[in-house]
Design a protein around this ligand. Structure first.
Ligand code: F6P
Length: 539
């Protein structure tokens, strides 16, 4: 099936209409006035998607903005492209591949592409995960070490941490990704090879970092376990599309997946094995079900009530009209502390592109910088900049209604903090208000007007608040799918391919060329800076 043609956003009538709307009124939208004028603004701009409630009302949008954005989605072919993705068209044009991570979470028997193959691997992978859990309960295995990088690390690591409350007691999960030996060395030092399962996770099974760490882990196992090569069979498993390379490495237990699963979209493929070991089959199936519910929502909900679509369109509005260059993610749940890193790969590797599908340079900005830390830690670090800095950074708060700990008082404080931050960003504080306040810690000698200038906040800073009932497998699955489809939406509007990552290739090739020079010290033909640094490092 061939992918649908697209109309690049800047050539669509809706883009021109958005520009006009931005220049006339959109730019000046004031949230405080908007809430004053529209008593129903919260109800109007909040919606319940599967597992995720979203308050969009503190965004710099109104009816006209969103009507134009939805027209933009229609005109650029976002919906046709979405349907083509679900149907298995080769929308990853530069690699000639379909994009079917949604097929990974379709229920057994669904009329989705590769359904039988997907469930064949899933059933086998989950049966293996359950057998490992049995070995954990029997005291035979205590630790699972996942060796992978990028999508073969960030998703499973994030999910394992997020779902800690659902994990098998007594099992410790570890993730090693970096080729820096400071990553693997202390991890291996603390593990008993006879009680460890090592999972080598790599879509390609060629990634330098992963292969190097896997070789170290293999040596460590052979040297320390006393079980010899035969022990590898019970203590190593691989998750990869390159089953023959895993076999050549000596790993007999391999769970495969397909080239139509992008690395950063692979958490719900066999790459999720360490998560499945930690949380068990029924929880892993609940993760898939949560994602599937969000997939159906994205595929079926009307644009005006379609959460991933609206979020992606608002991202375009901020990036290309307001000119905001970054977005901060503030999960108010410690379990989501690796979510920003996961989203960095998802969004920036997908949409950090400067040419469109036809290879033409883009005259507008694409992926924002996505960054963040869990609340409340971020408040005591960089929130100063979010409130009073010269740049506007839309913030995304993620609040979870019910915690998985017994300290109700802490949870109330956490929620109050999250709510207060989004309120403060929006309301700000005028110089007059600051002047009227007492500021016990402020200088007693400084001119009061000067002090008020320092103590005022511009406000009108946009934020989105997402609310989960609890952080559990189903809600995490839905949240992940929501982000995937949101990234899809902005990519489709921009007319870029969100599913390749050629930008990582050059560094890999240059690294391979430099490797022998680090041993030989040969600097001939290098640029002066690289040559100088190489001498500095090798002398
Ligand atoms: O270098 C980028 C990348 O290709 C990512 O897209 C991918 O998730 C990561 O490397 C790891 O790749 P693999 O799973 O093939 O080892």
């Amino acid at each position: 099936m061939s992918p649908p043609t697209f109309v690049r956003c800047d050539r669509s009538p809706a883009w021109a209409a958005l520009r006009q709307h931005f220049d006339s009124t959109g730019r000046q939208l004031d949230l405080r006035r908007a809430f004053g004028n529209e008593p129903q603004r919260f109800e109007r701009w909040s919606l319940q998607a599967p597992q995720v409630f979203a308050d969009l009302s503190k965004n710099l949008i109104d009816e006209v903005t969103v009507a134009h954005l939805i027209a933009l989605a229609h005109e650029t072919g976002v919906l046709a492209r979405r349907d083509a993705m679900f149907a298995g068209a080769e929308i990853n044009s530069t690699e000639g591949r379909a994009v079917l991570h949604t097929a990974l979470r379709a229920p057994k028997g669904a009329a989705t592409p590769f359904n039988a193959e997907v469930h064949g691997v899933l059933d086998a992978m989950l049966a293996y995960a359950e057998s490992v859990r049995g070995r954990v309960r029997a005291g035979e295995i205590s630790d699972v070490l996942n060796i992978g990088i990028g999508g073969s690390d960030l998703g499973p690591a994030m999910a394992t941490i997020a779902l800690q409350a659902h994990a098998l007691p007594g099992l410790r999960s570890h993730y090693v990704s970096n080729v820096d030996g400071h990553d693997i060395t202390p991890v291996l030092a603390a593990l008993d090879p006879r009680k460890t399962l090592v999972i080598v996770a790599s879509k390609t099974f060629t990634t330098q970092e992963t292969m190097a760490n896997a070789a170290i882990a293999r040596q460590w196992f052979l040297a320390g376990s006393g079980l010899g090569e035969a022990g590898i069979a019970r203590h190593f498993a691989a998750t990869t599309t390159n089953v023959s390379a895993a076999a050549a490495f000596g790993i007999a237990t391999t769970f495969g997946f397909w080239d139509w699963v992008g690395g950063r979209y692979s958490l719900m493929s066999a790459i999720g094995l360490p998560v499945a070991v930690a949380i068990g089959e029924s929880n892993f199936r609940a993760l898939l079900a949560g994602a599937h519910a969000m997939d159906r929502h994205f595929a079926e909900a009307e644009p005006a009530g379609n959460l991933p679509l609206l979020l992606g369109l608002i991202d375009v509005w901020y990036r290309n009209f307001h000119g905001f260059t970054s977005r901060s993610v503030a999960p108010y749940h410690q379990g989501l502390r690796r979510l920003p890193a996961y989203l960095q790969q998802l969004e920036m590797e997908s949409n950090g592109k400067c040419v469109d599908e036809a290879g033409e340079p883009l005259p507008f900005g694409t992926s924002p910088v996505v960054w963040g830390e869990p609340g409340t830690n971020g408040q005591h670090a960089y929130f100063q900049m979010l409130h009073q800095g010269t740049d506007v950074v839309p913030v995304e708060f993620i609040l979870v209604k019910h915690p998985d700990h017994p300290h109700a008082d802490l949870h109330t404080k956490l929620l109050a903090n999250g709510l207060a931050q989004s309120q403060a960003l929006m309301l700000g504080k005028s110089a007059a208000e600051a002047l009227a306040e007492k500021a016990p810690t402020a200088s007693a000698t400084l001119d009061r007007q000067v002090l008020a200038a320092h103590r005022s906040f511009p406000g009108n800073r946009p934020s989105t608040t997402l609310v989960l009932d609890r952080l559990d497998p189903a809600s995490l699955g839905a949240l992940i799918a929501m982000y995937e489809h949101r990234v899809f939406t902005s990519a489709a509007v921009w007319g870029i391919n969100a599913f390749d990552q050629w930008g990582v290739e050059l560094g890999k090739a240059l690294c391979n060329a430099l490797l022998p020079r680090l041993a030989s010290g040969d600097t001939s033909g290098l640029d002066a800076s690289t040559a100088g640094l190489l001498r500095q490092l090798t002398s």
